[in-house]
Design a protein around this ligand. Structure first.
Ligand code: MLT
Length: 408
């Protein structure tokens, strides 16, 4: 059997696997050194108590004849979809039918799988730097051409740097699909409605699709920053939105997310007919998924109850206080740092023009601080370094002090 040549030709390991590999080697060599982990964006606070209570109650229900359930409904239980629509969209003045929301086990799963809806020759555009999953999934499907000089041949990179305020330009050549993640992973920056609007207009004018990853929307606090792309007029005809309970309610280990595919979003088939992406996605799900378990969906529903919402918001506020400490301390140490206001990520320019993997090794060895090298997020990430705020309070100040010490 021949292997998938596109997968076989992928460069190196997945970014966070490579970070974990280097950290494991360092630990082996320095077992006594206490590391501060600000690398992968994984939550550390316990689950909101009422989500955990609903989780276990639902598991026990499953052990009774009247409460037992088999396969969940394809797109998710109506009780969870209704809670999503009521909490996440109604306050924004946005409404959808139940059939337009699909519950899944993760925004990463969905963001990686959505490319199965596109033709093999679709042209893709991503911000640069970018969450690597969008790129990797398209590369594995053979859509990005050859990998050379740290770039994919057929991929259009939309550069986001300090110099352009981290606002991506529109694609220079026609793109069929544009991936946007806001609040942004990895830069921690956001777009205002005015900055996002040209993408919606572009998609409408060019028959393009926007995959909008809103996994960090719970971290937005400033007015004028859209929580959902559907706050923008016309977006419901051209955008699909991925959301997650991972970062908003501590579900990275529990696994629950959802994707909205409005009925109005269509593409063209071979003979030129318009085809509903919602219908295609449902068709794909039927063949490839058996959904998300009942206890997990009950836990997610509980995170939307008044008490669950309050508990989840407390967790978000805790992480954002960490971000505030890191931002303040690093800036007062003379570092150039972005993000960290409406997002749990800080994006730091590496000092003295150091390469981002070199800075990773430098901080690991000199400070015992683990971050993520910007170059792992795309060519535009070179010269930057990402720090997360998902840690215990004392880690924020300690990490900033250690970084300051290492930089002299
Ligand atoms: C990250 O560190 O970028 C996140 O953990 C990615 C993810 O949520 O998969």
């Amino acid at each position: 059997m021949n292997v998938n040549p596109h997968l076989a030709a992928m460069p190196a390991g997945y970014l966070f696997s490579e970070v974990a590999r280097r950290v494991a080697l360092f630990r082996e060599a320095h077992p006594q050194k206490q590391l501060l982990k600000l690398g992968i964006g994984d939550v550390t606070l316990p689950l909101p108590a009422c989500a955990a209570a609903a989780f276990s109650k639902a598991a026990l229900e499953m052990a009774t004849p009247e409460g037992f359930r088999g396969y969940p409904p394809e797109g998710g239980y109506p009780f969870l979809i209704d809670a999503i629509l009521a909490r996440d969209y109604a306050p924004l003045g946005v409404s959808f039918g139940r059939d337009e929301v699909f519950v899944s086990d993760g925004a990463k799963t969905d963001a990686a799988a959505l490319q199965e809806l596109f033709a093999p020759d679709c042209r893709i555009a991503v911000t640069d730097p970018v969450y690597p999953v969008y790129v990797d999934a398209n590369a594995m499907a053979g859509r990005l051409g050859a990998w050379a000089d740290g770039r994919w041949g057929r991929l259009e990179y939309l550069p986001c740097r300090a110099e352009n305020g981290f606002v991506p330009p529109l694609p220079g050549r026609r793109a069929d699909v544009i991936y946007l993640c806001y609040p942004n992973n990895p830069t921690g920056t956001t777009l205002t409605a005015e900055q996002l609007k040209p993408f919606v207009d572009y998609a409408r004018e060019n028959d393009a699709l926007i995959i909008y990853d809103a996994a960090y929307r719970a971290y937005i606090s400033r007015p004028g920053v859209p929580r959902s792309i559907y706050e923008l007029e016309g977006a419901r005809d051209v955008a699909v939105e991925c959301c997650s309970f991972s970062k908003s309610a501590g579900f990275t280990g529990v696994r629950c997310a959802y994707t909205v595919i409005p009925e109005g979003v269509t593409g063209t088939d071979g003979p030129g007919r318009r085809v509903s992406l919602n219908r295609l996605w449902r068709r794909r799900l039927g063949s490839k998924s058996n959904g998300v378990s009942y206890p997990v969906q009950r836990a997610a529903e509980a995170a939307y109850s008044d008490e669950g919402w309050r508990q989840a918001r407390e967790g978000v506020a805790y992480y954002m206080q960490n971000a505030g400490i890191l931002l303040r301390e690093l800036r007062s140490a003379g570092c150039e740092v972005y993000g960290g206001v409406d997002a749990p990520y800080l994006w730091m320019r590496t000092p003295r023009g150091m390469g981002s993997w070199a800075f990773f090794d430098f901080l690991l060895e000199r400070a015992g601080v683990v971050g993520t090298p910007g170059a792992g997020f795309g060519p535009g990430g070179e010269g930057y370094f990402r720090l997360t705020a998902f840690h215990a309070r004392q880690v924020a100040a300690e990490a900033a002090a250690r970084i300051r010490g290492a930089l002299g």
